[in-house]
Write a new protein. Structure first.
Length: 712
């Protein structure tokens, strides 16, 4: 809230009477000091008096009227600050003594009344020095310069340590140094609650998020009260602790200062920023929320130093830090009270989406525009929960995704749909994984798959596990202990071309996610230990995006451990053991495909959630595959016999697709509809690629036709 000068008519700004009263006391002291100085002036008729303020000029200044705020203050001998006033809160929050408040107001006076600049110049015997010096401030407060009063200006004194008062001109003796009150402190005393300009992009005042669950807020508030004088650390795996911490600290009506750890890390903050942060937090009195801590990279020495300095500078101000990793005692001198924040359940998550969309002014469906019944609202909430159940977003990404979905729907003048939410979530995926894996935007669905019922059932089970893992593994705790993550790992085993990669793409499409295929060339490294580091980067990035991770030809990475005969065997075994551990702690969705399941280490089987076998297609499936791969747009000749192809050519789906494409090129070259001759010629070419014999028992009379046409 900014100072409203228009509301102060012929008087001080509302609620600041006591500030003007205290400043009037400063004015009376200045008047007395000027009179004493004039009485001791040895030569009032000095011809060089034009270079400085003479007695006559001083008399004119003293005779001039004071500002309206001073005049309206009333009596000159003001009482102690009234409880609840800004100056009283300032003294309480910074541990100031009454003499500290007097010294602060002496330094503050020139910023509120320009007359003090000239008077201070006269009292300093130097018109170029228009602020109070240490000696002048002590004199006006009745303290001797050689006494204990000078220690109120030491580095550890509340005024200096709290950043309320700055001492300039360090090259001068202490008593001759100038005092200055930072502009932010002056603005605060005048009613301005906007954070310091130096914190732009780093910190902001935050009000509680509407609709927050009161129960965890009350528990956290009680914890913060019990831990008064030390930090509280929220161990937050799901990224929803920030609003909870804000609500807990704002319960007393004073919004806390929310510090963006990512912005602080990017700004390469200095100790000066830490002092400004601490001062702003104490001025607001609502505490500090810092996080997510993983963005601060506290393992780096300068980041850890920043965290230690901030904890030390805040003093008794409540500090709540949140992040996904365990607290390291090296981050601060005092260990915090650690509180584990559970992930929101499906209903809470749906409520967060609904509130975020409503904040963007977006209706969830056409029925919400008017006449929405309570039953329909419940149905819409369930539909929304189902649409976003598979996604794992922190509050910041959730709000950004909701804003994108709302704007997308508004641009087309329609309500928000589930497809808008899914596209908006995919837009929040970081680019880090794209540098390590190939991104595929799914373009196929269940109708494009030709699979036996047991295999299709395993795929639907994989989708089911991905959608409801938070409820089953988190809310119901069906996987307690053991360090297991909440990820879903599947193995697709079968010969090449049986549809494993396409099935992974269909699963990703059903979940509304993207598919990332791990590029082995960016992972495997000949130097010992580098492959593990690359894999760790892949898993770390994959856990932060809403996507399906595909390890194609997984047996190249997840091979069996063997007997150690040399250093190479030992390294290979270590690599496999690392993958076993990393897969177990993975929190995302991963699919492994292999042509040779027997080559995989048996220890992987126990860690797999779904195993889908992809057998070779039978005759009926091959007939359907031929028809699907040729498609409805390719012109077909009258002699095309797909039943013959399905009965005689035992090919996988991938080989059938390759034959269909080759035959289409041959048909395009002739300009005629696709005939059996072109199709059989494509099959012959595929047989030769596969190293299979072209037998008359399989091709029958079509071998002779190929010879006559020159296609064979």
């Amino acid at each position: 809230m900014s100072l409203d000068l228009g509301s102060a008519v012929n008087g001080a700004p509302p609620g600041h009477d006591h500030l003007w009263e205290r400043l009037q006391r400063v004015e009376q002291r200045v008047r007395a000091a000027v009179r004493e100085r004039r009485a001791d002036d040895p030569d009032p008729d000095d011809p060089y008096r034009g270079q400085y303020l003479g007695p006559e000029a001083v008399e004119r200044i003293l005779a001039s009227s004071a500002p309206t705020g001073f005049a309206a203050a009333g009596r000159a001998d003001a009482a102690d600050p009234p409880p609840g006033s800004r100056i009283a809160r300032l003294g309480a929050d910074f541990g100031l003594l009454p003499v500290d408040l007097d010294l602060l107001l002496v330094a503050l006076a020139p910023d509120l009344d320009t007359r003090f600049e000239q008077l201070y110049g006269y009292l300093n015997d130097d018109l170029t020095r228009r602020r109070a010096t240490v000696a002048l401030a002590l004199e006006l407060c009745g303290l001797p310069g050689a006494g204990a009063g000078r220690f109120r200006f030491s580095a550890r004194a509340p005024l200096i340590a709290g950043g309320l008062l700055e001492i300039t001109e360090a090259e001068r003796p202490l008593l001759s140094r100038t005092l200055r009150v930072p502009d932010r402190v002056t603005a605060h005393l005048l009613g301005d609650d906007e954070p310091d300009d130096a914190l732009a992009g780093l910190a902001r005042r935050a009000a509680p998020y509407p609709g927050a669950d009161a129960r965890p807020v009350d528990r956290l508030r009680a914890t913060a009260t019990a831990a008064y004088g030390g930090p509280v650390y929220l161990l937050d795996r799901a990224g929803h602790a920030g609003p909870l911490a804000v609500a807990a600290l704002a319960a007393d009506g004073r919004p806390p200062l929310v510090v963006d750890a990512a912005a602080v890390a990017a700004a390469h903050p200095s100790a000066g920023i830490v002092r400004v942060l601490a001062r702003e937090a104490r001025l607001g009195g609502g505490g500090v929320v810092l996080g997510p801590l993983d963005r601060l990279e506290p393992e780096r020495p300068e980041r850890a130093a920043l965290l230690r300095e901030l904890c030390a500078a805040l003093g008794p101000v409540p500090l709540i830090v949140h992040g996904p990793q365990a607290w390291d005692p090296a981050w601060a001198r005092e260990s915090p009270v650690v509180v584990t924040v559970p992930a929101p359940d499906a209903r809470e998550l749906a409520g967060q989406w609904a509130r975020a969309l409503a904040a963007g002014g977006a209706p969830l469906s056409g029925e919400l525009t008017e006449g929405l019944t309570e039953e329909r609202a419940e149905e819409l909430s369930e539909e929304l929960a189902e649409a976003v159940a598979a996604y794992r977003l922190d509050r910041e990404k959730l709000e950004r995704a909701a804003s994108v979905a709302a704007r997308t729907a508004a641009a087309e003048r329609r309500p928000v749909r589930a497809e808008d939410l899914r596209a908006a979530v995919r837009a929040q995926n970081a680019a880090g994984l794209a540098r390590l894996a190939r991104r595929i935007e799914p373009a196929v669905g269940w109708a494009d798959l030709v699979l036996p019922d047991p295999t299709a059932g395993r795929l639907r089970e994989l989708v089911l596990r991905a959608r409801h893992r938070d409820r089953v593994l988190g809310q119901w705790r069906m996987r307690p202990g053991g360090g297991r993550g909440n990820g879903v790992i599947a193995l697709f085993a079968g010969e090449s071309g049986t549809g494993k990669t396409m099935s992974a793409e269909v699963v990703a499409a059903e979940l509304g996610m993207e598919l990332y295929v791990v590029d082995l060339s960016t992972v495997v490294d000949k130097y010992i230990g580098e492959t593990e580091k690359n894999l760790d980067r892949v898993f770390t990035e994959a856990a932060q995006v809403n996507a399906v991770l595909l390890f194609d030809e997984a047996d190249a990475l997840f091979g069996k451990r063997s007997q150690v005969k040399d250093a190479h065997d030992r390294h290979a075994n270590v690599e496999t053991a690392y993958l076993l551990q990393r897969m177990e702690s993975f929190d995302g969705i991963a699919v492994l495909t292999t042509n040779l399941r027997a080559n995989l280490d048996e220890a992987f089987t126990r860690r797999l959630d779904v195993i889908a076998e992809f057998p070779l297609p039978d005759q009926a499936q091959r007939r359907l595959l031929w028809d699907r791969c040729l498609g409805p747009r390719l012109p077909r000749g009258d002699d095309l016999d797909l039943d013959f192809c399905a009965r005689h050519f035992e090919l996988t789906g991938g080989s059938i697709r390759a034959c269909a494409v080759s035959a289409a090129y041959l048909a395009a070259g002739t300009g005629a509809p696709l005939g059996m001759a072109q199709l059989v010629a494509a099959v012959v070419g595929e047989y030769r690629k596969l190293g299979r014999l072209v037998l008359e028992s399989e091709f029958g009379p079509w071998l002779g036709v190929l010879g006559d046409t020159g296609l064979g």
